[in-house]
Structures are given as structure tokens and as C-alpha cells.
Design a protein around this ligand. Structure first.
Ligand code: ADP
Ligand code: MG
Length: 386
């Protein structure tokens, strides 16, 4: 789960990471009041959307007067901001952060994430922070320094210090900067983050270290124990279908293809996407209806799949282990009738009572293509949608 920059800054503040003073507003009429609270010569007006790249896209404005704060707030609020991370459709700006301007001497990059290779948390840092960090990563990866963190010791002081030296933090600031990194690591672990990124982390002209931007992503499956974070959830920023699915307790991730997949179990869901790709098709989603899928689950899953205009066919691939195939088949038939299924449906059932299940599909009078292997299913649905 993603949250807004102003929310991430609230979290970082609790971990003693300095952030600029600021106020978030939702209506330009509150801009003047927010601007009066700024004590620096300049104020920065920042679009709050769940995407980066705002600086380059005109979503971060420097205001020199109170009137300019209002003007920029008016300009940004309600606007569809298109950055390289939003896709061409852009994201509507519903809130702006008005914060104190910072006299930047140098911009650094610091981030924590999971490293799949070592299966550990890794901290990365660079002295080439700011809006071009993606370019740095692509063209001069040696400028990004890393420390792999042992889960038993956590990020140690010597690792944090080494990182500070590698990115050429002034020696008199190494203590403060390395403590900040350790605090960011604490936040990452406490709040079950999947990403904690400060870009830029700046050193100001008067030698202060401040997090000017903040991006925190959280492990969805751990939100139950991070109620404070869950409060930050902004469903309007999330994919509508993904939000609906999480309401129904389904694990759903939208993708770009045209074959809707309904599968039980994450492993089988991955294998199903793989086999569709293998035969030259493109899955429209990852969808795990759960090991013990009920008829209700199946119906809800169908509704979500069909609400996506891109979906030109559905491939149901279910292994009846805990659930029996006949129960699942009934679920599929009822759901297909209820939602007025208008696209081709290929079903592969395997497991307990499979014969009975297939019979139910055949007797349903619906145009369901029943197959017995994954290969057959994948190639059939690809033919039907093309
Ligand atoms: P994004 O990553 O979406 O482009 P950032 O918050 O990183 O947005 O802002 C982009 C750039 O704007 C920063 O690299 C920094 O140079 C400048 N900036 C952002 N906030 C401030 C601030 N409070 N004071 C001064 N400059 C800022
Ligand atoms: Mg940034």
C-alpha cells in the first residue's frame, strides 16, 4: 500500500527524521492561511498524488509570495497531473502540501527495500539524488552504494557510517546522517514497509539534514498490525478493481493484457499467468480467489474481471482440493448467469469430484469451454480472444 508524501513525512517525523514544516490543503481557499504559517522566504507547493516524478511534471512549485502560494494551489488542485510514473491518463490532484522552502546545498538519495537476491533488507544511497535518480541507476549504477542488512543485528552504525563516507557526506555531518539512516531502518521494520525512500535527502546551506521528499510503501498483508498506517489509505488513488477485490478478501492485481484469470492459490495463479504468456497471450490480472473459494467469492471475482473493458475472455483454472469441483462448477455456472457473461469462458477443473464438476459445466447450457489441462486451457482462451 502506498501513502501520500505528507503522510510519509508525518511517519518519518515520529522517527526523528527532520522534514520541512508544512500544511496539507484540499481547497485553494485555505492556501493563504497555510502560507502565513511558513517562516521561510520561499514556500513550496507540492501536488499530493501516489506517484513520483512530480518535480519534472510541474507538480512542485516554488512560491515567493503568499499570493503565489494561492495561485499555484489553484493551478494544481483538480488538475490531472501526468508524470512518467502515472501513465498517460495522469492522476487528479486532490490535495497539495504547502511547506517551507529549503536552501539546498546538495541532494542525496537514500532508500530501503527488500533485496530478492540476498533475501535481506538493503539500504541504498547516492550523492546523485534528486529528480534524475532513475538515470543514475541506469547509466552509472556504481554511484549507488548499498549495504545488505543482517536481520539479527539490524543496520549497524558502522554500515551506516560507511555508506555516508561512500556518498561523500561531510565528515562533520556523518554522525547525524548515519543516525538518520538507522532511524529510517527502524521505521521500515516497525511499520512493515516494502519501500522507504527519501529522495532528495538534502544538506542545507546551513548544514542541516532534511528529508525533502518521502515515499513509503507498506506490506498489505501486515496492515492488520499497523492500524495507524491503515488510516492513511486513500482508496481513490488505488486501482478501483484492486480496491474492490481487497474489500471482498480476494488477492487481485491488475495487469495490461486481455485474458482475465480466475485461479485459486497464489502458486497456481502465477503458473497460469506464465502459461498464458508461454502460448503468446497476455493476462489481464493476477487473481487468487483463495484456497477455499466459495460460490460468493467466485461471483465477486467474475464481477471484478468483467468490470475491466480490456478483458476479452476469462480463463478459470481451479484445483479442487479443500473445495470440491462440483461445488466450484456450481459457483461458476451461477456466477456466469448472474453477471450475464458475454465473453468466452474457458474452465479447467482438477481435483476432487472433477467428473461431476465437468458434467455440471456441460449441462449448464452456457457456452463454457471445459478443458482438462492447463496447456489446453491456455491455448484455447488465446484463440478465443484473438
Ligand atoms: P518528485 O520526486 O515527485 O519529483 P520531490 O518532492 O522530490 O518530488 O521534489 C522535486 C524537487 O523539488 C526536489 O528534488 C527538490 O529539488 C525540490 N523541492 C522539493 N521540496 C522542496 C522544499 N521544501 N524546498 C526546496 N526545494 C524543494
Ligand atoms: Mg522525490
Amino acid at each position: 500500500m502506498n501513502i501520500h508524501e505528507y503522510q510519509a513525512k508525518e511517519v518519518l517525523k515520529k522517527y526523528n527524521i527532520p522534514v520541512p514544516k508544512g500544511t496539507v490543503i484540499y481547497d485553494a481557499k485555505d492556501a493563504q492561511k497555510a502560507a502565513w504559517q511558513i517562516e521561510t522566504d520561499i514556500a513550496v507547493v507540492k501536488a499530493q498524488i501516489h506517484a513520483g516524478g512530480r518535480g519534472k511534471a510541474g507538480g512542485v512549485k516554488i512560491a515567493k509570495t503568499i499570493d503565489e502560494v494561492e495561485k499555484y494551489s489553484k493551478e494544481l488542485l483538480g488538475k490531472k497531473l501526468v508524470t512518467y510514473q502515472t501513465g498517460p491518463q495522469g492522476k487528479e490532484v486532490k490535495a497539495v502540501l504547502i511547506e517551507e522552502g529549503c536552501d539546498i546545498d546538495k541532494e542525496y538519495y537514500v532508500a530501503l527495500t527488500l533485496d530478492r537476491e540476498s533475501s535481506k533488507v538493503v539500504i541504498m544511497a547516492s550523492e546523485e539524488g534528486g529528480c534524475d535518480i532513475e538515470q543514475v541507476a541506469a547509466q552509472t549504477p556504481e554511484k549507488i552504494h548499498k549495504e545488505v542488512i543482517d536481520p539479527l543485528t539490524g543496520l549497524t552504525k558502522f554500515q551506516a557510517r560507511r555508506l555516508c563516507f561512500n556518498i561523500n557526506i561531510k565528515s562533520e555531518l556523518v554522525e547525524v546522517a548515519s543516525d538518520l539512516m538507522i532511524n529510517l531502518y527502524k521505521c521500515f521494520i516497525d511499520k512493515d514497509c516494502t519501500l522507504a525512500e527519501i529522495n532528495p535527502l538534502v544538506v542545507t546551506k546551513d548544514d542541516k539534514i532534511v528529508a525533502l521528499d518521502a515515499k513509503l510503501n507498506f506490506d498489505q498483508n501486515a496492515l492488520f498490525r499497523n492500524k495507524d498506517i491503515l488510516e492513511y489509505r486513500d482508496l481513490s488513488e488505488e486501482d478501483e478493481k484492486e480496491a474492490k477485490a481487497s474489500e471482498y478478501g480476494l488477492a487481485y492485481i491488475a495487469l495490461d493484457g486481455n485474458i482475465g484469470c480466475m485461479v485459486n492459490g497464489a502458486g497456481l495463479a502465477m503458473a497460469t499467468m506464465d502459461i498464458i504468456k508461454f502460448y503468446g497471450g497476455e493476462p489481464a490480472n493476477f487473481l487468487d480467489v483463495g484456497g477455499g473459494a466459495t460460490e460468493e467469492n467466485v461471483t465477486n471475482a467474475f464481477k471484478i474481471l468483467l468490470s475491466d473493458d480490456k478483458v476479452k475472455g476469462i480463463f478459470v483454472n481451479i484445483f479442487g482440493g479443500i473445495m470440491k469441483c462440483d461445488v466450484i462448477a456450481n459457483g461458476i455456472v451461477n456466477a456466469a448467469k448472474q453477471v450475464n457473461l458475454s465473453v468466452p469462458l474457458v474452465v479447467r477443473l482438477e481435483g476432487t469430484n472433477v467428473e461431476l464438476g465437468r458434467q455440471i459445466l456441460e449441462n449448464s447450457n452456457l457456452s463454457i469451454v471445459s478443458v482438462s489441462t492447463m496447456d489446453e486451457g491456455a491455448s484455447k482462451i488465446i484463440k478465443l480472444v484473438s
